[in-house]
Write a protein that binds this ligand. Structure first.
Ligand code: F6R
Length: 608
């Protein structure tokens, strides 16, 4: 949801190139337009255009963007279409103050009317453009310093923002402020960075300072200074070193981040298993002691919480309910001090989830989160955090973080089961053994199904609609498979409980209609045969995802994906998701889709 970056260097260089490289690492956040403001000869120079970073980079002369200081923006349009006029940076009337912004200014209409009355001329339809004009007004008409004017301005903003400001009035620094949108600082010996996310500067430095809400930062070649913009108190915060390596934010020989991230799963899951997190037991204890447990998440992360809800219920007999974050209102009346809220999020910045957490905290609920990005907003609102340790995920479609989320749900479910006494020791121990085997199963699953996915995709790519059917826990897998197919390959795909599909959806089935059946060899297996027969009788073409050697179902499918033995029934949601990731990837390839940056999407949705 918009990526922002700023650089302050000791020496003047072709800074446009460095900004474009950094923005490329943030492209997952938005890719509707791109813009840069650099300071050259004390003046603000703006270069911007609509389109993806690679398209804009071809149109503009990047090498001509020189200087010691620059800020850059990649946009996910909210207010106003993705045009050059609406591209950031936005400036004041004289082009002296330039601003980039991630977030939404909710009171921008009222602020805009005020500015228009004062004689300001605004060029775009964006909410952001009010910011440079408000700063200009305070500097020019009220004689405030640039710093004072920015602080006065951000105090008046309602909504969410991470902003960076450069100005010819003080050409040696970048001013930043944030509330509810992410902003981090990166430090190396001759350059300072600020950015929406760490991958933007990971190839330059691993020394990071996380900024908190309502903080204002001055970044110059001498370093950084943080103040609380409400109390004006100075904040001392030392950098820490992230363990992520620069190559984690590069494609490493794969054509797309998505394929790289699919292939990283054996390692990311092994990392999650290897890293002992004391928070796990604390989380399990708190869930055990709670009266009510609500798991909160959006999109793919929500599907992982369906495993959490199921396993907490199954292993500890405690009622747990999974809620889509934006539907939190449905349960908000039930939340109190005896409630545990368990948000699950890759980015830790999803606004629907954050808003629900904030409300639950006001009601004294305990917040226990599962997050990938260390130090992200959700972690700061949490009483305990379990990290996914999946490394940076750059492809917009969640893959490795989905399997890590699902594994973490399993981890939590097992521990709650143990503490509650409902899960006996031998059951627990054998479940843990299968759990440790999961990276191996995933490695074999990827290898076994890669060329199959590629082959089947040549047929699937010609389809305009499909069903993904599952039963029990693997309804979650079907939902995730359908979401991947929609978002990456733009093929309408609907997931349904297999048994429910006869109550309506089956009316859509016609000759050669694609239906993907997620059919592990568990207690749902026999009933799945019935569902496949029903669909085939109406002309559907069945693609079956089965355990190796499951002949009964294999012979019903035109095509099959095979999962090696070695997973348990409850763990099946992890390996069974893999071929569906691969199928959507190869189908999207054949349809010529922008796999890592699908249309209309952003990886981090910081709006409601
Ligand atoms: C789908 C996808 C999204 C996210 C959702 C939540 O592939 O990536 O559906 O899962 O936007 O994002 P996080 O996990 O960052 O809260």
């Amino acid at each position: 949801m918009c990526g922002i970056v700023g650089i302050v260097q000791q020496r003047e260089t072709k800074i446009g190139k460095t900004i474009i490289e950094a923005l490329t690492k943030l492209e997952y956040r938005g890719y509707d337009s791109v813009g840069i403001a650099s300071i050259s000869d004390g003046k603000v120079m703006i270069t911007k255009d609509e389109g993806k970073i690679s398209e804009v980079a071809e149109k503009i002369d990047i090498d001509s963007i020189q200087g010691k200081i620059a800020i850059g923006h990649t946009r996910w349009a909210t207010h106003g279409p993705p045009t050059k006029e609406n591209a950031h940076p936005h400036t004041d009337c004289n082009g002296e103050i330039s601003v980039i912004h991630n977030g939404i200014i909710e009171n921008f209409q009222e602020l805009k009317e005020e500015l228009l009355k004062q004689g300001h001329v605004l060029q775009s339809e964006t909410d952001t453009e009010v910011i440079p004009h408000m700063i200009e007004q305070l500097v020019k008409k009220e004689n405030q310093s640039l710093q004072e004017a920015i602080i006065t301005t951000v105090r008046r903003l309602e909504g969410t923002f991470a902003i960076c400001v450069v100005s010819s009035l003080e050409p040696d620094r970048i001013y930043c402020a944030k509330r509810d949108s992410p902003l981090v600082i990166g430090i190396n010996s001759d350059r300072m960075f600020c950015a929406s996310d760490i991958p933007a500067f990971l190839e330059h430095t691993r020394k990071v300072v996380l900024l908190h809400d309502d903080e204002f930062v001055t970044i110059s070649s001498n370093g950084y200074e943080i103040i609380d913009f409400n109390s004006m108190k100075k904040i001392v915060r030392k950098p820490y070193t992230v363990s992520w390596k620069p190559e984690m934010a590069q494609k490493g020989g794969f054509p797309h981040f998505m394929l790289k991230e699919i292939h990283e799963q054996p390692n990311s899951l092994a990392d999650y298993i290897r890293i002992d997190q004391p928070s796990l037991i604390k989380i399990a204890e708190k869930i055990h002691n709670a009266e009510k447990v609500f798991l909160l998440a959006a999109g793919t992360a929500h599907y992982s919480t369906l495993t959490g809800e199921n396993l907490i219920r199954k292993y500890s007999k405690k009622p747990a309910t999974s809620i889509i974050s934006s539907e939190y209102e449905a349960i908000s009346g039930l939340v109190d001090e005896n409630t545990v809220i368990l948000p699950v999020s890759q980015s830790g910045e999803t606004m629907d989830t954050i808003m629900a957490i904030k409300h639950a905290r006001e009601l004294d609920a305990t917040v226990l989160s599962v997050v990938n990005v260390i130090g992200s907003t959700i972690t700061r609102y949490s009483d305990e955090v379990l990290y996914l340790y999946a490394g940076p995920e750059i492809g917009v479609a969640a893959t490795k973080t989905y399997t890590a989320q699902t594994l973490s749900m399993w981890d939590i479910g097992l521990e709650v089961g143990k503490i509650s006494g409902e899960l006996d020791k031998s059951e627990y121990d054998s479940a843990r053994e299968l759990y440790r085997n999961i990276p191996t199963v995933i490695r074999q699953t990827i290898v076994r199904n890669e060329s199959r996915a590629n082959h089947i995709s040549s047929w699937f790519a010609k389809k305009s609609s499909s069903f993904f059917l599952g039963r029990g826990l693997n309804l979650q897998t079907a939902k995730e498979g359908a979401l991947k197919m929609k978002e990456i390959a733009y093929i309408h795909s609907e997931a349904y409980p297999a048994g429910e599909s006869k109550h309506g959806p089956i009316a859509l089935v016609e000759e050669d209609y694609p239906v993907v059946f997620v059919a592990p060899k568990d207690h749902t297996n026999k009933r799945m045969i019935g569902s496949i027969m029903e669909m085939k009788a109406r002309g559907a073409t069945a693609i079956v995802v089965i355990e190796e050697g499951d002949k009964d179902i294999e012979e019903l499918g035109k095509w099959k994906f095979e999962i090696p033995k070695g997973y348990s029934e409850t763990l099946s949601t992890i390996p069974f998701a893999i071929p569906l990731q691969q199928l959507s990837y190869y189908t999207a390839m054949r349809r010529g889709c922008a796999i890592d940056t699908p249309k209309n999407l952003s990886k981090t949705l910081t709006v409601l």
